[in-house]
Write a protein of this length. Structure first.
Length: 224
């Protein structure tokens, strides 16, 4: 009969050099003495997960600002989502729990499942390094990353307003200067000014898109 670690190794698709790390990742503190449970691997896995998700978000949204990236990461890295990832791997059935946790339904507790998922990531990191751990995160979070949009990942207008408030104590003013083309293929041109000076002129398929392009140009001029 396969051990819990062997079963999980197959589900992960990562062949461990040190399977003892994976075995330790499945040991909840309720079933073992201090130092012989998954808490340290959980601690490490938490940091690895934050780094990997940050890395993947920056790769996908290269132009997003720090605030948007932080919000997107928070939406992905939380107990609810991590417990769901643990559920996908059926970690609950593989955990070693003490009798008290077993009786109280510990195999279904979101906090225990989320911690176990982080511990497994920590085990992968120790066993094979960051690239292997990042690869697993990319695989496990693929669907979320593909549909993760958040509030305007590349929002030049919001960023520009922060900059102009800091530099000029003024907000940008946008004006539509041209609308051209047939109704089914319209193009719009917008200009933005600060203190009466034009800093950008953008074109797009919508007014919003034209204003975003104008803001992008203004940011390039004001933040060389």
């Amino acid at each position: 009969m396969s051990t819990a670690a062997e079963v999980l190794e197959e589900r992960l698709g990562h062949p461990f050099t040190r399977r003892d790390l994976l075995e330790l990742a499945l040991v909840h503190r309720s079933s073992a003495a201090a130092g012989h449970n998954n808490e340290k691997l959980e601690f490490l896995g938490d940091a690895v997960l934050d780094l990997a998700v940050s890395d993947l978000l920056m790769e996908r949204y290269a132009g997003a600002n720090e605030g948007d990236l932080s919000k997107q990461r928070a939406a992905l890295v939380n107990a609810r989502v991590l417990a769901a990832k643990a559920g996908d791997l059926d970690l609950g059935s593989l955990l070693r729990l003490g009798r008290g946790e077993e009786k109280s339904g510990g195999r279904k507790k979101a906090s225990i499942l989320a911690a176990a998922y982080e511990a497994v990531l920590g085990a992968v990191f120790v066993d094979a390094g960051y690239a292997a751990a990042r690869g697993l995160v990319a695989k496990h979070f693929r669907a979320e990353l593909e549909r993760q949009e958040g509030p305007s990942p590349i929002d030049h207008k919001s960023r520009l307003q922060e900059v102009t408030q800091r530099l000029f104590r003024e907000t940008p003013r946008y004006s539509l200067v041209q609308a051209k083309g047939p109704d089914h293929d319209r193009a719009f041109v917008a200009e933005l000014s600060v203190n009466g000076k034009c800093y950008g002129r953008g074109e797009g398929k919508s007014k919003k898109e034209a204003e975003q392009e104008a803001a992008r140009q203004a940011l390039a001029a004001l933040e060389p």
